[in-house]
Design a protein around this ligand. Sequence first.
Ligand code: ATP
Ligand code: MG
Length: 225
Amino acid sequence: MDEARERNLGDLPVLGEDPGRTYRLGIMGGTFDPIHNGHLVAAEQSRHDLGLDLVVFMPAGSPAFKQDLRVSSAEDRYAMTLLATADNPNFRVSRFEIERKGITYTVDTLSALRELYPDNVELYFITGADAIIDIVKWRDADRIAKLATLVGATRPGYNLDTAVDAIDRSGINFDVIYLEVPALAISSSHLRERCVAGQSLRYLTPDQVVGYIDKHGLYVSQRIA
Ligand code: ATP
Ligand code: MG
């Protein structure tokens, strides 16, 4: 990988150094408000099953689908994502989407990554079954299909068959790998609701994240959107 390219990566991991092999980079996008064990287990299972070299967690700067909802600051979401992933040698966190101005669109992220990494780095965009159903409606979905392989992880409450149908009916040639991950019926919304109700978040998200939420008083008085 040449030096200029490496410099432009910023906090993204260097990958693709050996032109003689193929590398697989997982990208776990989300609002992560807060990150929880459902995100972590989906990323870890994808890493293992697909032989990903690394998974980069990318907290969205200004999530396209949450414009009318109250979202914690990007810095808080970034800090919690960092704390939750720090002990996994195969996980990284990037400020890539946070630093970009304006609404965050996945197509912009993936095309930028495609430019930054050499051709021997394959991109895998990891999503849960709910996001897979939506992705066909995302901006420039046809371009997303060309830029990355989608990983559709099972998620309690969402039917993977519905996702398969949505992809099939889209008429877009998505490359999707459907993946069974240990079922955790939790969501960030659920964790926020528990905070408001004064319930514990322990064992739903890493202890460090629980500590951060307590210390900074996140969610306690928030209107649940
Ligand atoms: P919210 O309730 O605020 O929407 P969320 O729990 O859905 O939060 P997001 O940040 O919206 O979290 O999701 C990021 C990605 O993680 C999405 O692709 C989503 O499908 C996936 N995901 C979230 N929770 C789970 C889970 N429990 N199991 C599998 N995938 C999940
Ligand atoms: Mg969600």
